[in-house]
Design a protein around this ligand. Structure first.
Ligand SMILES: Cc1cc2nc3c(=O)[nH]c(=O)nc-3n(C[C@H](O)[C@H](O)[C@H](O)COP(=O)(O)OP(=O)(O)OC[C@H]3O[C@@H](n4cnc5c(N)ncnc54)[C@H](O)[C@@H]3O)c2cc1C
Length: 588
């Protein structure tokens, strides 16, 4: 059997696998990616990418392309709840509520303050080809579509896998130093016997991807997501959710749309066009609608977390490690953040800069984030039920009782005003999903061997996940501030990343330069920010955020998370030891 040799064998060529191949290439590491399908997935799954993901993709030069091709900011500034699109009844075509979301309107100032990137909306079925195109220009990424992992074994030095080329029906062997399960949990985790804890099937969903001209029924272009709560269907479980899919326009003139319906697991409804199209017409109150069905998918809402993210030389990333409801859009976002966390560690170990024990920090850091995301997505999924309560719907009550609740909500009476205020107050809890700024960019790593705590307390988290407090405390993502360099404006995040450790200081003294030169194993770049230094801080934002004396320093890992910090230059002699510890070389 033919044998291919590579550093990293990646199983799965979707969001996780492609992003890992791209990140590894940037770090000078070769990968062999196998994907059992001939192309990327045509299913309209993820579409929303939060600011942290966009910061990571910006590092690869991909963010501007996604902004250019995806939803304009003005068309993703809100979410809306409606009774229907059409119909001329008293409760038809009503807006139940509009909420600012994803950095839109009232949120803009905070979101813009905390990141150089806005969040983005671009369907996964179009993002994956973009990632693939980018990966194809990455010389160290060897991409093999229509190739399937059949089996694998590992030993002390590496992993040997058998792969089937589905075009030729011939099998070949791949010998790799590491194997990554980016396969959505289909093969690698189960083969290792890694159990998934949690809820394997909460609801069944069907997603319809269709083309139709809906412009005549829409009069507001600001919502990215439109929820339909039909007064005739008794609340959330008879409802649906709609998102514009472009590809040219993402406003009311969008050529394509996706619509998700929820089904109870014991619902006998059939997931076929014959039953779904009438259901779509009925819910939207558009009896004449003739959608061109492009694709239908059924999928299950689950909330599960892998008990382990690593077994020897095999790692799980993305959906193979955690699967959760799409609410809050954390799936592909955390998949890309997983691979970003793992890539630099694999590179440091493969290049001999770090001890293999550095790889233990992947599970220590990402599994708690995965656990939080599973729980958060379940919480925000369940939280849609409170909207029913906010409207005054009673589960199981006769249709007329619940229609009356809608009538009163829209009525021009004192009670109507009270009911609208109640809904407003209840629906504010949806900020856990649509304004989840801290959940999106505020995750931090605690109890990791690759982070050295400095004894400071973590900032108090807002319980609703919306308020983010940027800090340089070890474990946290480096805060963003605009600084200037050579006359241009850049983000502090532009100073770090790309496989390097960076030490940020605001001091002119040579202490830190000397300390950086004494580091063994990894290069540490020193960047001084302040008047007359490498970068200037004209707004004073960095000085307000840095959390150290001007002659202190902040050591930032290649993934943009702070690994260590020193209050002042008296501790400069500790830098080399800190890097050694982070890279696991002290254990070695
Ligand atoms: C309706 C819906 C809406 C969503 N919305 C969002 C959102 O807005 N934002 C967000 O971040 N996330 C969202 N998600 C979640 C997101 O789609 C997933 O988290 C994401 O696809 C995970 O990517 P992945 O690469 O880890 O896994 P997958 O996308 O499952 O890819 C795994 C790949 O591995 C391949 N594979 C499997 N077995 C083998 C084998 N033996 N050999 C070779 N290849 C193999 C598969 O063919 C597949 O291509 C949504 C999901 C759904 C269903």
């Amino acid at each position: 059997m033919n044998t291919i040799t590579t550093d990293v064998l990646i199983i799965g060529g979707a969001g996780s696998g492609l992003s890992l191949a791209i990140f590894l290439n940037r770090l000078g590491i070769s990968s062999w990616l196998v994907e059992r399908h001939p192309t990327t997935s045509p299913a309209p799954k993820a579409h929303y990418y939060n600011q942290r993901t966009m910061e990571i993709l910006r590092e690869e030069g991909l963010a501007d392309k996604i902004y250019e091709l995806g939803t304009p900011a003005a068309n993703m500034a809100r979410v809306g709840w409606y009774t229907s699109l059409g119909g001329d009844g008293e409760l038809d075509h009503k807006t139940i509520y509009l909420m600012d979301a994803f950095g839109g309107f009232s949120l803009a100032e905070t979101y813009e303050r905390d990141s150089p990137c806005r969040s983005a909306n671009y369907p996964q079925l179009r993002l994956e080809p973009l990632l693939l195109e980018h990966a194809r220009t990455s010389p160290l990424a060897h991409l093999n579509y229509h190739h399937e992992l059949v089996s694998f074994v590992q030993d002390a030095d590496g992993v040997t896998a058998t792969v089937l080329d589905r075009d030729t029906e011939l099998q070949y062997e791949v010998r790799a130093k590491y194997l990554i399960g980016a396969d959505g949990g289909r093969k690698v985790g189960p083969a290792l016997g890694i159990e998934m804890d949690g809820i394997p099937r909460l609801f069944d969903m069907v997603t319809v991807h269709f083309a139709a001209d809906l412009s005549a029924y829409l009069d507001d272009d600001s919502p990215m997501i439109r929820w339909f709560l039909s007064p005739d269907k008794g609340g959330s479980w008879g409802s649906g959710v709609m998102v514009a899919l472009g590809p040219e326009k993402y406003d009311r003139h969008s050529e394509e749309w996706l619509f998700h319906f929820a089904f109870q697991p014991d619902d006998p409804s059939q997931f076929d066009a014959e039953s779904v199209v009438p259901r779509l017409r009925d819910l939207l109150k558009l009896p004449e609608l003739e959608p061109r069905i492009i694709r239908m998918n059924d999928w299950k809402v689950q909330g599960v977390l892998a008990r382990r993210y690593r077994e020897g030389r095999v790692f799980l990333v993305g959906d193979s490690a955690h699967r959760h409801p799409p609410t809050t859009g954390l799936g592909l976002n955390s998949a890309i953040q997983d691979t970003h966390n793992l890539a630099w560690k694999l590179a440091a170990v493969l290049k001999g800069q770090a001890d293999p024990s550095l790889l233990d920090s992947y599970e220590a850091e990402r599994r708690p984030v995965g656990a939080r995301n599973v729980n958060w997505a379940l919480l925000t999924f369940q939280n849609h039920l409170v909207i029913d309560a906010g409207i005054g719907l009673i589960p199981g009550a006769p249709v007329e009782v619940n229609r009356e609740a809608f009538r009163l909500l829209f009525s021009d009476t004192a009670e109507g005003a009270t009911r609208r205020q109640r809904l407003h107050e209840v629906i504010q809890s949806q900020r856990t999903e649509f304004q989840a700024h801290d959940i999106e960019i505020g995750f931090a790593y605690e109890n990791s061997p690759a982070i050295i705590p400095d004894g400071s307390a973590a900032p108090v988290k807002s319980p609703m996940g919306d308020e983010h407090i940027p800090v340089t405390r070890p474990g946290h993502r480096l805060p963003h501030a605009w600084v200037t360099r050579s006359g241009g404006t850049i983000s502090t995040l532009d100073l770090v990343g790309r496989g390097r450790f960076v030490l940020l200081t605001s001091s002119r003294s040579l202490h830190w330069q000397k300390a950086a030169k004494s580091v063994v194993g990894a290069a540490v770049d020193v960047v001084a920010i302040g008047p007359g230094l490498d970068c200037e801080d004209p707004s004073g934002r960095w000085a307000a955020l840095r959390g150290t004396e001007p002659d202190g320093a902040i050591l930032v890992r290649p993934d943009g998370h702070v690994a260590w910090r020193a209050e002042d230059s008296d501790r400069s002699g500790q830098l080399a030891g800190a890097v050694k510890r982070i890279l696991g070389r002290d254990a070695a």
